[in-house]
Design a protein around this ligand. Sequence first.
Ligand SMILES: Nc1ncnc2c1ncn2[C@@H]1O[C@H](COP(=O)(O)OP(=O)(O)OP(=O)(O)O)[C@@H](O)[C@H]1O
Length: 269
Amino acid sequence: MADAALDTVKEATAVDKAQVPTVVVDDVHIIYKVHGAGSGKGSATSALSRIITRKKAPAIREVHAVRGISFTAYKGEAVGLIGSNGSGKSTMLAAIAGLLPTARGGIYTQGQPSLLGVNAALMNDLTGERNVVLGCLAMGMSPAQVRERYQSIVDFSGINEKGDFISLPMRTYSSGMGARLRFSIAAAKTHDVLLIDEALATGDQGFQKRSKARINELRKEAGTVFLVSHDNNAIRETCERTIWIEHGELIMDGHTDEVVRRYEKGDRP
Ligand SMILES: Nc1ncnc2c1ncn2[C@@H]1O[C@H](COP(=O)(O)OP(=O)(O)OP(=O)(O)O)[C@@H](O)[C@H]1O
């Protein structure tokens, strides 16, 4: 762990010994590199034609999505991430999950972070049933644990409320049904750090209520929960702490009520 990050951990521990840091984000910068952005030509044929004609490759453009963000999250916390479209919330979450490299700075996590996005990988051609089994095995459950939890996952998802949909391929599900199943699979396991990207917004009211309750349970059971959402009420009900990001920079980090109130008013500190 880098010295600066270790100092942050020590400082945090000194402030309150009961608080265990689970995620330390230390002056993080994330830059996407977009190839072929100059000409709009990025195909294999255009690459071949460039080799033959010895023309230069089109420019690479950079998008500086996260610009020097730092914070520490603790065990048992649910942290909301808010900000306007394109402000860098999903990028920040993917970086905490270890899916994106940092251009500068570092991210240190205790335990394994799991990213639960609406695009979390399940297989569309397989039935819901097969996806539950594969998803649970992929999260490290034993076959016996999968058998034991299978029914509660299906019940939680509510997929079978209107008929036997769990035995149909996932491609036949509505986007909300798919998102519900993804959430239900991921929420069946206790996570060290659970990262949720807009997953709550996709279900109907009944499911949203159940998922909020489950997030609260997950918080109590173990680690830290991060929630990215444009639904400020979901953030208010689920998170006691909120981080406001704009243009890749941290605008405010504090009590949810105060941060969301100022975000709604556009009242930047
Ligand atoms: N794969 C990518 N390649 C290049 N640029 C990207 C990529 N993904 C995101 N970006 C850019 O990074 C910036 C931050 O995007 P990000 O998706 O993190 O924002 P967000 O706050 O989650 O937005 P939203 O609320 O709309 O979901 C935007 O300018 C976006 O265009």
